[in-house]
Design a protein around this ligand. Sequence first.
Ligand code: NAD
Length: 507
Amino acid sequence: MGDVMNVQTEINKPQTVADARKIVSLRTQAFIGGKFVDSLSGKTLSSSSPIDGSHLANVAACDHRDVDRAVSTARAAFEAGHWRNASPNDRRKTLLKFADTLEANAEELALLETLDLGKPIANTTSVDIPLTIETVRYYAEAINKVYDELGPSPSNAVSMIVREPVGVVAAVTPWNFPLLMAAWKFAPALATGNSVIMKPAEQTSLSLLRVAELAAEAGIPAGVFNVLPGDGPSAGKPLALHMDVDAIVFTGSTAVGKLIMGYAAQSNMKRVGLECGGKSPQIVMADCDNLGAAANAAAWGVFYDQGQVCTAGTRLLVQKDIKDRFLEKVAGIATGLKPGNPLDPKTEFGSLVDETQLNTVLGYIEKGSAEGAHLRAGGKRAMTESGGFYVQPTLFDGVTNEMTIAREEIFGPVISAIEFETLDQALSIANDSIYGLAAGIWTSNVNTAHIAGRALRAGNVWINCWDGSDITTPFGGFKQSGFGRDRSLHAFDKYTELKTIWLQLSN
Ligand code: NAD
C-alpha cells in the first residue's frame, strides 16, 4: 500500500511550470494589517520562473507610501499590545499553530519556492520548508523557557534585568532561501513580541506572501506580520530610512548591507543586524584520511542549490602533494552532475534564479579563464532550449588568491582551487579575504584541527565536514560578512532591548 501511494505521489508531481501553477495559490498583493492590498501606486513587478523563463505573476511593487502605511499599521499593532503583551506561553501556542499550518501546506510552499527560484523540488521539499517549520517551532518552544535576571543588589533594593521587544522590526531578505532566511528573522522577532514588516527579494516574493496568509490563519493578530513586496531601492530603502522602524535586519550582499548601515545612520539610528556575503575557504590537508568524503564535501559545498548559498566553500585550498589526485575526484563529481528540470524529484542540480544571475556567473567564468586559471570542468550554459537559466557545475584549477574568482563572491556553481604547501600558508590564504562567514579544514591530525579551528577568522568553522550546524547553533559572519547572529537563543539579542529596573526599597 505504502509503495502504491508513493508511486502515485510521484506520478502526480507536476513536471512543467504550467501544470505546477495550477496547483499553487499565487498571492500577489502586499499583506498589510491582516489583508491583501494593492500597492498604492497600483504598480506591479513581473515575476517569472527560471525553470523555463515563463511569466508567473505580477506582484505588487511597493514604494515609500506603502512603507508608511505598513509601518503605521505595525506600530499601531505594537501599541495595542495584543501580541506584545500576550504571555510568552500564549505566543508559544500561536506560533506552534503557525508551524502546524505551514506543515499542512508544506508541499505547496515547496512548489512555490521551486517555481520562483529554480531550486530542485527535492531540496525545497527536504530542506527549505522543513527547516523553515523547524525554525518557527524552535522559537515558539524557546520563548516560554527563557528567564529574565535578578541582579546581585543590596538587600534594600531589587534590580531586575529584563528583555523587552524592540518594537517595529523590518527585515529585508534575499532570494536564495526565500522562506528560510525570512524565518530566521521573523520567528525570533515574533516570539519576542515585536511587529514585523518583511521585504522579500523582488525575484522571489510568492512563498512569503502565501506564508503571511497562513500566519493570519494561525491567529497572529492583524498588523503584527506584514509583507511588502517590491524592489530594494523602492521598498527596502524607505524601510531602512524610516524614522518609526526600530530595527532593520538584513540578509543579502555586502554592498547592500553597507547601504543599510548608512540608512540607519541617516535616520533614527535604528539597530542593525547584517548577514552578508562570503567567499569561504575549504582547506584539504594531505593527512586527511577520507579524501572521498572531502571531495564530496568540496563539490557539494559549492554545487548545492547551484552555488547560490552564502556559505558555499568556493575557495578550495588543497595541499600540493594530493592536489591532482584530489581535484580528479572533484572534477568527476562536477562532470557527472547534470543540470535538470527542477520540478523532477530526481533532479539534484537546477537553474540559477534569473538571467541576470546567469550572465553574472558566466562573466566570472570568462574572467577566470582570462586571468589564467585552468578550467577543469563545466564552464558553459546548459539546457538553453528549455528557456531557463542553467549553467554547468564548474571547477577551476591553478587559481591564485589574487584572481577575481578567488576574491569576489560569484554566487554560482564555480569552485576556485588554490594550491598550498604548509598549514601556515593555507591559513594565511584562507584569512586573506574581506569576508568571514564560513571556513573549513579536512585533516586527521587533532593538533592541526584545533590550530585551524582557532585561527580561521569566520563565524562558522567546520572540521572534517561542511555546513555542520542546525537551528541550535548561532549563524553569522566576521568582517564584511556582517554582524549579529541568526539561529539559536542568541538571535533574541537582535529583537530585544535589555532594560535595567532598579527598585529602591525603604532604607
Ligand atoms: P541583494 O543584496 O542584492 O538583495 C538582498 C535584499 O536587499 C533584497 O530584498 C533586495 O531587494 C534588497 N535591496 C537591494 N537594494 C537595496 C537598497 N538599496 N535598500 C534596501 N534594500 C535593498 O542580495 P541577493 O542577490 O538577493 O542575495 C544574494 C546575497 O545574499 C549574496 O551576497 C549572499 O551571500 C547573501 N546571503 C547571505 C546570507 C547570510 O546569512 N550571510 C544568507 C543568504 C544570502
